[in-house]
Design a protein around this ligand. Structure first.
Ligand code: FES
Length: 133
């Protein structure tokens, strides 16, 4: 694993900038990784132009899931909800910057799945949400 990127993950896991709960919020969604039961919730506040103004995640999970949630939320601040809908697996992998096996990939993509289910206003999150459109 590349040391620089590993350091980024450890740093975001230990000192997340976007951990917390937004109450009230405009969008909120929560779900879990079926492989491990780790649970994540994402809250967003948007401005009058439907751009993400504030974002926060809460819940528990491994370093990869927590760090990827933090990196993902950091990257969507100021973006429109339409832009967020276009995020895919590759965007998250680019943010994380390391190769991941299939199990770790589920950890890394949990936040994107939850974020997109919330932005689309879906009743449940599906793995299709993280694939290329
Ligand atoms: Fe549960 Fe990674 S082990 S989200």
């Amino acid at each position: 694993m590349d040391d620089l990127y590993r350091d980024v993950i450890v740093e975001h896991f230990k000192n997340p900038g976007y951990k917390g709960i937004l109450d009230p919020h405009d969008i909120s969604f929560e779900d879990e990784n079926p492989l491990c039961g780790d649970h994540l919730r994402i809250d967003l506040r948007v401005d009058e132009n439907n751009k993400v103004k504030e974002a926060a995640f809460s819940g528990h999970g491994c370093a990869i899931s927590q760090a990827s949630a933090d990196l993902l939320l950091e990257s969507i601040i100021g973006k429109s909800l339409d832009e967020v809908k276009k995020y895919t697996k590759n965007d998250v992998l680019e943010l994380i910057g390391i190769e991941l096996g299939p199990v770790r990939l589920k950890c890394a993509l949990l936040s994107l799945k939850i974020l997109k289910a919330g932005v689309y206003g879906l009743g449940e999150a599906s793995d299709d949400l993280v694939e290329e459109e």
